[in-house]
Design a protein around this ligand. Structure first.
Ligand code: CTP
Ligand SMILES: C[C@](O)(CO)[C@H](O)COP(=O)(O)O
Length: 240
Protein backbone atom coordinates (compact mmCIF):
# COMPACT_ATOMS: atom_id res chain seq x y z
CA UNK A 1 0.00 0.00 0.00
CA UNK A 2 1.66 3.22 -1.16
CA UNK A 3 1.66 5.62 1.80
CA UNK A 4 1.09 9.20 0.81
CA UNK A 5 4.18 11.34 1.17
CA UNK A 6 2.96 14.56 2.77
CA UNK A 7 5.47 17.22 1.93
CA UNK A 8 5.75 20.50 0.14
CA UNK A 9 7.23 20.37 -3.34
CA UNK A 10 8.66 23.64 -4.62
CA UNK A 11 9.90 23.85 -8.19
CA UNK A 12 13.03 25.84 -8.96
CA UNK A 13 13.59 26.98 -12.55
CA UNK A 14 17.09 28.26 -13.30
CA UNK A 15 16.34 30.77 -16.09
CA UNK A 16 19.17 33.29 -15.72
CA UNK A 17 21.36 32.04 -18.55
CA UNK A 18 22.24 33.96 -21.73
CA UNK A 19 22.11 31.04 -24.17
CA UNK A 20 25.58 31.63 -25.66
CA UNK A 21 25.62 28.27 -27.50
CA UNK A 22 22.30 29.15 -29.15
CA UNK A 23 23.79 32.31 -30.61
CA UNK A 24 20.44 34.12 -30.70
CA UNK A 25 19.91 37.85 -30.21
CA UNK A 26 17.88 37.18 -27.04
CA UNK A 27 18.37 34.64 -24.24
CA UNK A 28 17.28 31.25 -25.62
CA UNK A 29 14.62 30.68 -22.94
CA UNK A 30 12.62 33.50 -24.57
CA UNK A 31 12.81 32.14 -28.12
CA UNK A 32 9.40 31.19 -29.55
CA UNK A 33 8.40 27.53 -29.62
CA UNK A 34 5.07 27.61 -31.46
CA UNK A 35 2.62 29.92 -29.70
CA UNK A 36 4.80 30.87 -26.73
CA UNK A 37 8.39 30.98 -25.49
CA UNK A 38 10.49 28.08 -24.28
CA UNK A 39 10.26 29.34 -20.70
CA UNK A 40 6.49 29.78 -20.90
CA UNK A 41 6.08 26.14 -21.96
CA UNK A 42 8.37 25.03 -19.13
CA UNK A 43 6.47 27.07 -16.53
CA UNK A 44 3.11 25.74 -17.79
CA UNK A 45 4.24 22.15 -17.18
CA UNK A 46 5.23 22.92 -13.57
CA UNK A 47 2.29 25.18 -12.74
CA UNK A 48 -0.10 22.50 -14.01
CA UNK A 49 1.10 19.84 -11.57
CA UNK A 50 -1.12 19.70 -8.46
CA UNK A 51 1.68 18.51 -6.16
CA UNK A 52 3.88 21.54 -6.93
CA UNK A 53 2.89 24.34 -4.56
CA UNK A 54 5.25 27.05 -5.82
CA UNK A 55 7.56 27.75 -8.75
CA UNK A 56 10.61 29.94 -8.07
CA UNK A 57 12.21 31.30 -11.24
CA UNK A 58 15.82 32.50 -11.06
CA UNK A 59 16.22 35.41 -13.50
CA UNK A 60 19.20 37.26 -14.93
CA UNK A 61 19.50 40.65 -13.16
CA UNK A 62 19.00 42.41 -16.51
CA UNK A 63 16.04 40.25 -17.58
CA UNK A 64 13.31 42.45 -19.11
CA UNK A 65 11.45 39.64 -20.84
CA UNK A 66 9.99 37.67 -17.93
CA UNK A 67 7.49 40.37 -16.95
CA UNK A 68 5.94 40.07 -20.44
CA UNK A 69 4.97 36.44 -19.88
CA UNK A 70 1.39 35.74 -18.80
CA UNK A 71 2.79 33.13 -16.42
CA UNK A 72 4.60 35.89 -14.47
CA UNK A 73 1.29 36.81 -12.84
CA UNK A 74 0.39 33.25 -11.81
CA UNK A 75 -0.05 32.88 -8.02
CA UNK A 76 2.37 29.92 -7.91
CA UNK A 77 5.18 31.96 -9.46
CA UNK A 78 7.83 33.91 -7.55
CA UNK A 79 11.23 35.11 -8.77
CA UNK A 80 14.76 35.55 -7.43
CA UNK A 81 17.86 37.00 -9.04
CA UNK A 82 20.12 34.24 -10.37
CA UNK A 83 23.88 34.04 -10.25
CA UNK A 84 26.91 33.77 -12.52
CA UNK A 85 26.53 30.02 -13.00
CA UNK A 86 23.51 27.72 -13.06
CA UNK A 87 24.43 26.36 -9.62
CA UNK A 88 24.50 29.90 -8.18
CA UNK A 89 21.03 30.53 -9.58
CA UNK A 90 19.72 27.32 -8.02
CA UNK A 91 21.33 28.24 -4.68
CA UNK A 92 19.67 31.67 -4.76
CA UNK A 93 16.27 30.02 -5.11
CA UNK A 94 17.05 27.46 -2.40
CA UNK A 95 18.02 30.25 -0.03
CA UNK A 96 14.63 31.85 -0.66
CA UNK A 97 12.94 28.54 0.22
CA UNK A 98 14.98 27.77 3.34
CA UNK A 99 15.15 31.18 4.99
CA UNK A 100 12.36 31.65 7.55
CA UNK A 101 11.17 28.12 6.86
CA UNK A 102 9.53 27.11 10.14
CA UNK A 103 7.12 24.59 8.65
CA UNK A 104 7.04 21.03 9.99
CA UNK A 105 6.44 19.58 6.51
CA UNK A 106 9.69 18.52 4.75
CA UNK A 107 10.24 20.70 1.73
CA UNK A 108 11.40 19.11 -1.52
CA UNK A 109 13.15 21.12 -4.23
CA UNK A 110 12.31 20.01 -7.78
CA UNK A 111 14.90 21.73 -9.98
CA UNK A 112 14.12 21.93 -13.68
CA UNK A 113 15.97 23.75 -16.47
CA UNK A 114 14.07 26.58 -18.13
CA UNK A 115 15.57 25.22 -21.35
CA UNK A 116 13.69 21.91 -21.10
CA UNK A 117 10.17 22.80 -22.34
CA UNK A 118 9.04 19.25 -23.22
CA UNK A 119 8.56 18.01 -19.64
CA UNK A 120 5.44 15.88 -19.19
CA UNK A 121 3.13 15.45 -16.19
CA UNK A 122 3.84 11.70 -16.22
CA UNK A 123 7.58 12.28 -15.85
CA UNK A 124 6.95 14.67 -12.94
CA UNK A 125 4.69 12.01 -11.40
CA UNK A 126 7.40 9.35 -11.85
CA UNK A 127 10.02 11.47 -10.12
CA UNK A 128 7.75 12.50 -7.23
CA UNK A 129 6.66 8.90 -6.73
CA UNK A 130 10.29 7.80 -6.44
CA UNK A 131 10.66 9.45 -3.02
CA UNK A 132 9.73 6.26 -1.19
CA UNK A 133 12.38 4.29 -3.07
CA UNK A 134 14.87 7.17 -2.99
CA UNK A 135 14.31 9.24 0.21
CA UNK A 136 17.76 10.75 -0.45
CA UNK A 137 16.51 12.25 -3.70
CA UNK A 138 16.60 11.28 -7.36
CA UNK A 139 16.89 12.62 -10.90
CA UNK A 140 15.25 11.94 -14.20
CA UNK A 141 17.85 10.34 -16.44
CA UNK A 142 18.16 8.25 -19.58
CA UNK A 143 20.52 5.38 -20.37
CA UNK A 144 23.06 6.19 -23.08
CA UNK A 145 22.16 4.53 -26.39
CA UNK A 146 25.14 5.39 -28.59
CA UNK A 147 28.75 4.31 -28.47
CA UNK A 148 30.55 7.15 -26.66
CA UNK A 149 33.81 8.64 -27.89
CA UNK A 150 36.17 11.01 -26.13
CA UNK A 151 37.49 13.66 -28.50
CA UNK A 152 41.16 14.55 -28.89
CA UNK A 153 40.59 18.27 -29.38
CA UNK A 154 43.88 19.09 -31.12
CA UNK A 155 43.19 16.74 -34.02
CA UNK A 156 39.39 16.46 -33.65
CA UNK A 157 39.81 12.72 -33.74
CA UNK A 158 38.86 9.88 -31.43
CA UNK A 159 41.02 9.69 -28.33
CA UNK A 160 39.18 6.71 -26.89
CA UNK A 161 35.90 4.86 -26.77
CA UNK A 162 34.30 5.42 -23.38
CA UNK A 163 32.68 2.34 -21.87
CA UNK A 164 28.95 3.03 -21.96
CA UNK A 165 27.94 0.29 -19.50
CA UNK A 166 25.67 1.87 -16.88
CA UNK A 167 26.23 5.33 -18.40
CA UNK A 168 23.18 7.60 -18.19
CA UNK A 169 22.32 11.09 -19.40
CA UNK A 170 21.32 13.28 -16.45
CA UNK A 171 18.12 15.18 -17.21
CA UNK A 172 15.95 17.46 -15.10
CA UNK A 173 13.86 17.74 -12.95
CA UNK A 174 16.16 16.72 -10.12
CA UNK A 175 14.42 16.24 -6.76
CA UNK A 176 16.07 16.60 -3.35
CA UNK A 177 15.19 17.59 0.23
CA UNK A 178 15.55 21.37 -0.01
CA UNK A 179 17.54 21.88 3.20
CA UNK A 180 20.06 19.15 2.38
CA UNK A 181 20.48 20.39 -1.19
CA UNK A 182 21.05 23.95 0.01
CA UNK A 183 23.61 22.80 2.57
CA UNK A 184 25.61 20.60 0.18
CA UNK A 185 25.37 22.93 -2.83
CA UNK A 186 26.49 25.90 -0.74
CA UNK A 187 29.44 23.96 0.73
CA UNK A 188 30.51 22.61 -2.66
CA UNK A 189 30.46 26.08 -4.24
CA UNK A 190 32.36 27.56 -1.29
CA UNK A 191 35.09 24.97 -2.04
CA UNK A 192 35.04 25.82 -5.78
CA UNK A 193 33.79 22.35 -6.72
CA UNK A 194 32.46 22.31 -10.30
CA UNK A 195 28.74 21.65 -10.06
CA UNK A 196 26.74 21.25 -13.28
CA UNK A 197 23.64 19.63 -11.78
CA UNK A 198 22.08 19.26 -8.31
CA UNK A 199 22.98 15.56 -8.13
CA UNK A 200 26.70 16.35 -8.41
CA UNK A 201 26.51 18.50 -5.29
CA UNK A 202 24.74 15.71 -3.41
CA UNK A 203 27.23 13.13 -4.71
CA UNK A 204 30.09 15.36 -3.56
CA UNK A 205 28.58 15.16 -0.08
CA UNK A 206 28.48 11.35 -0.26
CA UNK A 207 24.81 10.96 -1.21
CA UNK A 208 23.86 8.44 -3.93
CA UNK A 209 20.85 9.96 -5.72
CA UNK A 210 18.42 7.61 -7.43
CA UNK A 211 18.06 7.33 -11.19
CA UNK A 212 14.51 7.48 -12.60
CA UNK A 213 14.13 6.61 -16.27
CA UNK A 214 12.88 9.73 -18.05
CA UNK A 215 11.58 10.42 -21.53
CA UNK A 216 14.07 10.91 -24.36
CA UNK A 217 12.07 13.90 -25.65
CA UNK A 218 12.80 15.88 -22.47
CA UNK A 219 15.62 17.62 -24.30
CA UNK A 220 17.55 20.69 -23.21
CA UNK A 221 17.35 23.31 -25.97
CA UNK A 222 21.01 24.24 -26.28
CA UNK A 223 21.95 24.64 -29.96
CA UNK A 224 19.90 26.07 -32.90
CA UNK A 225 18.97 22.65 -34.28
CA UNK A 226 17.37 21.74 -30.92
CA UNK A 227 14.57 24.24 -31.56
CA UNK A 228 12.92 22.31 -34.42
CA UNK A 229 13.25 19.08 -32.46
CA UNK A 230 11.60 20.64 -29.40
CA UNK A 231 8.75 21.95 -31.59
CA UNK A 232 8.15 18.44 -32.96
CA UNK A 233 8.28 16.86 -29.51
CA UNK A 234 5.90 19.45 -28.03
CA UNK A 235 3.42 18.97 -30.89
CA UNK A 236 3.52 15.21 -30.29
CA UNK A 237 3.15 15.54 -26.51
CA UNK A 238 0.24 18.00 -26.83
CA UNK A 239 -1.50 15.87 -29.45
CA UNK A 240 -2.19 13.13 -26.89
N1 CTP B 1 24.02 31.60 -14.60
C1 CTP B 1 23.08 30.76 -15.09
C2 CTP B 1 23.34 29.92 -16.22
C3 CTP B 1 22.33 29.08 -16.67
N2 CTP B 1 21.13 29.10 -16.04
C4 CTP B 1 20.04 28.26 -16.53
O1 CTP B 1 20.41 26.89 -16.44
C5 CTP B 1 19.72 26.16 -17.47
C6 CTP B 1 20.65 25.19 -18.18
O2 CTP B 1 21.79 25.91 -18.60
P1 CTP B 1 22.23 26.04 -20.15
O3 CTP B 1 21.43 25.14 -21.02
O4 CTP B 1 23.70 25.96 -20.20
O5 CTP B 1 21.74 27.54 -20.47
P2 CTP B 1 22.70 28.78 -20.76
O6 CTP B 1 23.71 28.90 -19.68
O7 CTP B 1 21.80 29.93 -21.02
O8 CTP B 1 23.37 28.32 -22.14
P3 CTP B 1 24.90 28.61 -22.59
O9 CTP B 1 25.74 27.72 -21.70
O10 CTP B 1 24.89 28.17 -24.02
O11 CTP B 1 25.14 30.08 -22.38
C7 CTP B 1 19.13 27.18 -18.43
O12 CTP B 1 17.72 27.17 -18.32
C8 CTP B 1 19.73 28.51 -18.00
O13 CTP B 1 18.85 29.60 -18.16
C9 CTP B 1 20.88 29.92 -14.93
O14 CTP B 1 19.79 29.92 -14.37
N3 CTP B 1 21.87 30.72 -14.47
C1 LIG C 1 21.36 20.12 -15.33
C2 LIG C 1 21.61 19.49 -16.67
O1 LIG C 1 20.57 19.83 -17.57
C3 LIG C 1 21.67 17.99 -16.51
O2 LIG C 1 22.06 17.40 -17.73
C4 LIG C 1 22.93 19.99 -17.28
O3 LIG C 1 24.00 19.67 -16.42
C5 LIG C 1 22.91 21.48 -17.51
O4 LIG C 1 24.16 21.80 -18.13
P1 LIG C 1 24.34 23.26 -18.74
O5 LIG C 1 25.70 23.30 -19.36
O6 LIG C 1 24.19 24.20 -17.57
O7 LIG C 1 23.26 23.41 -19.75
Amino acid sequence: MMKSVTSDVIAIVPAAGIGARMGATIPKQYLALGEQSILAHTLDSLIAHADISEVIVALHPDDRFFETLSQAEHPKITTVIGGDERADSVLAALSAICKNDHSTQPKWALVHDAARPCLTQTDIDKLLSSREQFPQGAILAMPVRDTMKRCELSSLSIAETVCRDNLWHALTPQLFPAGQLQQHLSSALEQNITITDEASAMEWAGVKPGLVNGRADNIKVTHPDDLQLAKLFLAHINSK
